[in-house]
Design a protein around this ligand. Structure first.
Ligand SMILES: NC(=O)c1ccc[n+]([C@@H]2O[C@H](COP(=O)([O-])OP(=O)(O)OC[C@H]3O[C@@H](n4cnc5c(N)ncnc54)[C@H](OP(=O)(O)O)[C@@H]3O)[C@@H](O)[C@H]2O)c1
Length: 324
């Protein structure tokens, strides 16, 4: 990334607030167009927790309003850290938009209820903005799960229902199982390099006014310019983003990423602006990860840089392996 060097101890002015919004279909409410995810790749040592806390606090200070977490992230630690950050915030936490998820292992009605109670307690909230099914479980009927989510929505404990990692077919089934509450979000893997299902889902979601939340928007840093020269992807990155970083595919994607870097340099924008601008143009809402406050600043600066349509067309072609 092309972050500006900062003097030790100095506090930078917050970036322009990333306050653009998408409509949250059927609710009359809106959904922040970019958010910070607090998965932290399973690094949950005490030092990592402190860094995650500082990173989330930095994002809040810089105007990020959407925070994504899940009961499985650090087995509750991520939700607890977010809860702490929100509690410490001057003026309370009413303006933030929080998404959390029920584990794919807890999709029976009684399990969903108790998972939500645990999440709300850790977050220190009385309701969440969108409660997502983290991933489908083929052994539990979606009708059962959606039934209890609709009850929780009626009770006001969740403000909207969402899903994650649902294919188009699974999304249809989930929507059909709801009678009153709209399904407002599908959160999926989607970035310039990981897009087979995502492209079709993005088209469908845009037409149906469902927000497509794009996770891993930076391809674990590859789309910020990481791992293009000396730095090698560490084992944890290879493990969690295995397709792009597999031994046979990585050299191909590294070459494409180098071409994207050259495009960004020529356009005078940070490389991540291509990844984020491309998602914005597809109507998707990126939920990015960061392990240090400085990364938040760099990503927000990239979000604020608006690449031209022509540059985005060329980025799209490069990412697909065509010559720009
Ligand atoms: N629903 C699901 O199943 C699911 C699955 C995965 C993720 N998610 C959500 O999506 C969020 C983001 O996922 P992700 O972490 O895979 O996405 P990502 O945004 O593609 O990757 C984040 C990583 O990129 C690197 N990075 C970020 N900014 C950088 C910068 N300015 N310069 C250099 N490197 C930078 C950091 O790596 P280092 O930390 O190594 O420096 C950071 O941890 C998660 O936190 C979670 O909320 C959801």
């Amino acid at each position: 990334m092309t972050g500006r060097a900062r003097k030790k101890g100095s506090t930078p002015a917050p970036s322009a607030p990333p306050d653009d919004r998408l409509r949250l279909g059927g609710t009359g409410r809106s959904h922040p167009a970019i958010g910070l995810g607090l998965w932290a790749l399973g690094r949950w040592t005490r030092e990592d927790e402190a860094r995650t806390q500082a990173t989330a606090a930095r994002a809040l200070e810089a105007g990020v309003r959407w925070f994504d977490t899940a009961e499985v992230y650090g087995t509750g630690r991520s939700e607890r850290i977010l809860g702490d950050v929100l509690r410490r915030r001057a003026g309370g936490g009413d303006e933030v938009f929080v998404t959390t998820k029920v584990s794919w292992e807890h999709l029976r009605p009684a399990q969903v209820r108790s998972a939500l109670i645990g999440s709300l307690a850790r977050l220190g909230l009385s309701s969440v903005d969108v409660y997502l099914v983290h991933a489908p479980d083929p052994h539990v009927s979606i009708t059962e799960t959606m039934g209890v989510l609709e009850e929780l929505w009626t009770e006001g404990k969740i403000r909207a229902v969402g899903v994650s990692n649902f294919s188009l077919t699974e999304l249809h089934a989930a929507r059909a199982a709801l009678s009153k509450a709209p399904l407002v979000v599908n959160q999926v893997l989607y970035n310039l390099f990981d897009r087979e299902e995502g492209d079709a889902l993005a088209d469908y979601c845009r037409a149906e006014r469902i927000v497509l939340e794009a996770y891993t928007p930076l391809a674990r840093g590859l789309l910020t310019g990481r791992y293009l020269d000396q730095e090698k992807p560490p084992a944890e990155v290879r493990r969690f983003a295995h397709r792009l970083f597999s031994p046979d595919l990585f050299p191909i994607y590294r070459e494409r990423a180098r071409a994207l870097r050259a495009l960004a340099v020529a356009a005078g924008i940070p490389m991540a602006a291509l990844a984020l601008g491309w998602l914005r143009r597809r109507g998707a809402a990126p939920v990015f990860g960061a392990s240090r406050p400085e990364q938040v600043d760099e990503i927000l600066a990239a979000w604020a840089a608006r690449p031209s349509e022509d540059v985005l067309d060329r980025a799209d072609a490069i990412a697909r392996g065509e010559r720009a």
